[in-house]
Design a protein around this ligand. Structure first.
Ligand code: GAP
Length: 445
């Protein structure tokens, strides 16, 4: 973990937030390369969910949330962690995360601590008008259910996908970007006929494992955890956690829950006219029926929901951890290389003129850079430093799949040297063929 954290800072992936004032616990900022990696990961999820499935639509809802939503969702009452104080070291811990140096007899009785952040909304600060920063993106998918169904004419099964920030006032944020107070989620709420939910649950677990593998996480680093009943969230009938071997231990990367008809059933009006199976509290505030009509039977059905919910930040950490390699090169030399899947790499290619500021070489290199940039594959960098060795080392460390060197032969025969990040092998290629080649590299073709 220390090596990864140091690489992240040195190369501009991730910084402690507000570091110049001593930082703030549980908050991180993504730097120039981190933002590219994170955006690429989110785009890969969006492609796999929304673009590859005609029955899944996207959403981008507000973060500030009306408290009524989080009252009926159950979060006001149950979104809590047990907390204890240590009377010896005067620190506060989540009950399951008390460090070994605290003695049992020094701990207070556990009390429930609500993890939601509350904030004033509007100019009056008397507490009468407040909102929550959403603790999960899911709730706005449920409250927009009818809007999406009506505007996109969906029938079951179908899904609504959302990527966005979520906030939790974690008692003990820790392990770099693993447990933080501000993070991003990629969530799908997939609505299905009651009775077909268990089959869909299994299908989504497999689809999500396949997707993580496509992002460079091998299945040997993953274990599935079938969450026991006494650990299930208040809305869940069954949850499979995708556990990843993080540098600090085996922990949750994504949860795939069967949320039954709990959420739509909690937020709908006319609850007693609908055959809701979950145990929901009476809702007298909702003005909308969150159900769908079966075309044949004309019966109104509250769909069941299967929810794959992944953390973007935990995804970034897992992917970087897998990609991070230190290789020995002989003669006591070694190189650090980030073997990212090329579609995730922050920089797709570096174009390097052999001699710094040489007019002819730089012209060929910058023309090629512009051409490659226009392919919209992601960032292409013109590396006008004149130090090829240093360029290769930097681009190995940040995971750039391809370095392209323009030398004096390029002026004569319009070719360049391509150097592969993983094998370090070099080949000569006509410059005109490089765009097509790069498309193949980035798309893994
Ligand atoms: N809507 C369901 C839900 O929010 P969750 O298991 O509480 O379920 C889903 O969260 C995912 O969000 C987790 O698997 C994890 O990847 C990520 N996550 C949750 N809390 C986090 C935190 N404090 N820091 C970073 N990621 C977090």
């Amino acid at each position: 973990m220390d090596d990864l954290v140091s690489l992240c800072k040195r190369r501009g992936f991730i910084f402690q937030s507000g570091e110049i004032y001593g930082g703030m616990q549980g908050m991180y900022d993504y730097g120039p390369l981190g933002v590219e990696l994170k955006n690429n990961l989110k785009q890969a999820w969006w492609n796999a969910m929304v673009y590859e499935n005609d029955n899944i639509e996207g959403l981008d809802a507000a973060i500030l949330t009306n408290p009524t939503i989080l009252k009926y969702s159950g979060h006001e009452d149950t979104f809590t962690d047990p907390m204890v104080d240590c009377k010896s070291c005067n620190q506060r811990f989540r009950l399951d995360q008390v460090p070994e140096h605290c003695k049992k007899e020094d701990l207070t009785e556990p009390r429930q601590f609500n993890l939601m952040f509350k904030t004033n909304v509007g100019p009056i600060e008397d507490g009468s008008s407040f909102g929550y920063l959403r603790p999960e993106t899911a709730q706005s998918i449920f409250t927009n259910f009818k809007n999406v169904v009506d505007s996109s004419s969906k029938s079951l099964p179908f899904g609504i996908a959302q990527i966005g920030k979520a906030f939790r006032n974690e008692i003990t944020p820790r392990n770099f970007i693993f447990r933080v107070r501000e993070f991003e989620q990629m969530e799908l709420e997939f609505f299905v006929e009651p009775g077909s939910d268990e089959d869909w649950h299994k299908k989504w677990v497999q689809k999500r494992l396949d997707w993580w593998e496509d992002q460079g996480i091998p299945m040997k680093s993953i274990e599935l955890y079938d969450v026991p009943d006494d650990e299930l969230a208040h809305y869940s009938k069954g949850t499979i956690d995708v556990m990843y071997k993080f540098p600090h231990g085996l922990e949750e990367l994504e949860g795939i829950a069967n949320r039954t008809d709990f959420d739509l059933g909690s937020h709908t009006k006319n609850q007693d006219e609908l055959n809701i199976s979950a145990n929901v509290v009476e809702n007298k505030s909702s003005n909308t029926r969150l159900a769908i009509q079966n075309i044949e039977t004309k019966e109104w059905v509250v769909p069941y929901v299967i929810e794959p919910s992944a953390g973007v930040d935990r995804g970034v950490l897992a992917i970087m951890n897998e990609a991070y390699n230190v290789e020995t090169l002989g003669e006591g030399k070694e190189r650090t290389v980030l073997k990212l899947m090329p579609h995730l790499s922050p920089v797709k290619a570096a174009v390097i003129p052999l001699k710094k500021n040489n007019e002819e070489l730089v012209k060929i290199a910058s023309d090629l850079k512009s051409k490659l940039q226009k392919l919209n594959l992601g960032r292409i960098i013109l590396e006008n430093t004149g130090n090829i060795g240093k360029g290769y080392r930097r681009h190995d460390e940040i995971g750039t799949p391809l370095c392209i060197t323009i030398d004096f032969d390029s002026i004569e025969d319009n070719t360049a040297t391509l150097r592969d990040r993983d094998t370090m092998s070099q080949e000569r290629m006509e410059i005109d063929k490089i765009p097509e080649y790069l498309i193949k590299v980035v798309n893994g073709l």
